[in-house]
Design a protein around this ligand. Structure first.
Ligand code: SF4
Ligand code: SF4
Length: 363
């Protein structure tokens, strides 16, 4: 499984660790073992059989949020996040994945059923004839229900024709867990549900990044996707100008939207339209932006580190003057909220400015 990644792994193993300060996990833990170099070296040694493929040597493959900050600093643009994902798959297949990751894979059917129920709540009618499908994302649907409902209604308004919500999960949690066998079935299920829709709008950049950038390398024929954010950006004139001008907003670049999909200016343009002025910035932004700690299953595999990463971002936000922290991915918003910051979602904010209510009738 790791043989195709040998060159990438060897570049890291023989590297003077030029990216070490970029990794939120090793910065928080202060440990050499979980620097990008340390994690890639362990994956390399386990792949070669130099160390046993057991739980102890597997653990560091899950000490990664997938933020891609190390790739940004790397002269080779080495894709550590993807390669560690393949190391996870190898460990999972060998039975050495951490218990938290195995639980995610074992609970996937239950997760699917809960996601379907959550989507049914905001889109009860199954409009089979709709040719535009919307994947709000399981994390929005299950954990941020008011935002999920508003985002779906925003898509309905922007499209101006029948749309239908996808009730499946793209399989992202299985990718993070390392279960690529179930992942193939999840992608096929999603493809079947998309069916003859000519457009699949995706709200969560985590889902869009997996479907567009990762699954084509490991799973057969993921459906093509369009970011809902791009769809809104292309119709910026329909977003109320200065509709939220009284808000003091600071924008946090989600890793998968920014470094993952290269969308830095679009979210800022949408916010500038809403606010009548550009949003404030985090101390490090765009390609240098720092992770919320919510990705890669880190909240489950290393909860204290994940929380400390989020706390560091919140402290930076407050030290820079505070205001309303806006992000654009469900996991970041959940992570910030879980640490006491009132973070809000960018598309949810657009919906709010357009007077779109959630299922409870809350504007
Ligand atoms: S990602 Fe690049 S800079 Fe970082 S350890 Fe690997 S080769 Fe070196
Ligand atoms: S992708 Fe992010 S969390 Fe993972 S090793 Fe690189 S910098 Fe660290």
């Amino acid at each position: 499984m790791l043989e195709p990644e040998r060159e990438t792994l060897e570049k890291c193993v023989y590297c003077p660790k030029l990216c070490r300060a970029s990794c939120p996990v090793s910065e928080q833990e202060g440990s050499e073992t979980v620097t990008p170099w340390g994690k890639m070296s362990m994956a390399y040694f386990a792949g070669r059989g130099d160390v046993p493929q057991d739980a102890e040597h597997a653990e560091s493959a899950w000490a990664c949020t997938g933020c891609q900050a190390c790739r940004e600093r790397c002269n080779h643009k080495n894709d550590v996040a993807y390669t560690l994902g393949q190391a996870r798959a190898s460990h999972f297949a060998a039975g050495s994945a951490p218990r938290a990751a195995v639980r995610v894979a074992e609970g996937f059917d239950d997760h699917l059923a809960k996601t379907k129920r959550a989507v049914d709540a905001f889109d009860p009618e199954a409009r089979a004839s709709a040719r535009v499908a919307v994947l709000v994302g399981c994390s929005y649907a299950r954990n941020l229900a008011p935002e999920a409902s508003r985002i779906f209604r925003l898509a309905q308004q922007m499209v101006g024709a029948e749309v239908r919500a996808i009730r499946a999960c793209c399989g992202g949690p299985l990718l993070q867990a390392g279960d690529q066998v179930q992942l193939h079935s999840a992608v096929q299920r999603l493809r079947e549900e998309v069916g003859d829709a000519h457009t699949l709008l995706v709200a969560d950049p985590g889902c869009a990044h997996s479907l567009q950038e990762v699954f084509p390398r490991i799973a057969p024929e993921p459906p093509p996707v369009q970011l809902l954010l791009d769809y809104v950006y292309a119709r910026l004139d329909r977003v109320p100008a200065a509709g939220l001008r009284k808000l003091a907003v600071r924008y946090h670049d989600p890793c998968k939207l920014g470094r993952g999909l290269g969308r830095y200016e679009e979210p800022r343009a949408i916010l500038a339209r809403l606010l009548g002025a550009p949003p404030s910035e985090m101390p490090r932004d765009r390609a240098q932006a720092e992770c919320s700690g919510g990705g890669g299953l880190l909240p489950l595999t290393r909860p204290r580190t994940s929380a400390a990463i989020a706390d560091a971002r919140i402290a930076e936000h407050r030290a820079a003057g505070g205001g309303l922290l806006v992000s654009a991915c469900a996991e970041s918003i959940r992570r910030f909220r879980s640490r006491g910051e009132v973070a809000v979602d960018l598309l949810g904010l657009v919906a709010e400015a357009m007077g779109i209510e959630d299922d409870e009738g809350t504007p």
